[in-house]
Design a protein around this ligand. Structure first.
Ligand SMILES: [Cu+2]
Length: 170
């Protein structure tokens, strides 16, 4: 598109995308925060701008079988997001599950399609509740191993991280 007018660039942006000025400023600020992050010690690679996975570990199976993945998901952004899928870097799908006690007092677990995380919300995947289920057909996991895992979200870029394997129940 060629034009002979010299309207401010910001106005062209607003007209094309419908972004509010505040929304646009917010995006720039988020981008700057991401850049600043590069120079700060302790700002680790698994941290995407705003969505953070912390304290991730795999609990090794007692015998050969499925293993559980636990972690804390924190949404430090101002927009809601959704954890869609988790898989290993080898392409093995890790199911989203939730354990619960039914009305008969029996412990069971059911699949979850996706996990919504509101702005500022912390979602804890821990024994007895939400967890990732690693199929027993994956390479057998033992304490001391590590596993490369990728988390995918509806908005935020994927987070790839190396997760330690702890002893069963550890
Ligand atoms: Cu499970």
């Amino acid at each position: 598109m060629s034009t002979s007018t010299h309207s401010p660039r910001r106005d062209q942006f607003s007209a094309r995308t419908g972004w509010s000025q505040a929304g646009f400023a917010g995006r720039i600020q988020a981008a700057l925060t991401g850049l600043l992050c590069l120079g700060i010690v302790g700002c680790v690679a698994e941290e995407s701008p705003g969505l953070v996975i912390e304290e991730a570990y795999v609990s090794a199976p007692v015998v050969v079988g499925p293993a559980a993945l636990y972690f804390t998901l924190r949404n430090a952004t101002t927009v809601a997001d959704t954890l869609l899928t988790i898989h290993t870097s080898a392409g093995v799908s890790i199911s989203l599950h939730e354990s619960a006690i039914d009305t008969q007092g029996r412990m069971g677990m059911s699949p979850r399609e996706r996990i919504y995380v509101a702005p500022g919300q912390i979602v804890i995947f821990a024994p007895g509740g939400l967890h990732g289920m690693i199929p027993g057909t994956a390479p057998v996991l033992r304490a001391g191993d590590s596993l490369s895992v990728e988390f995918r979200f509806s908005l935020a870029p994927p987070i790839v991280m190396t997760v330690p394997v702890r002893p069963p129940g550890g």
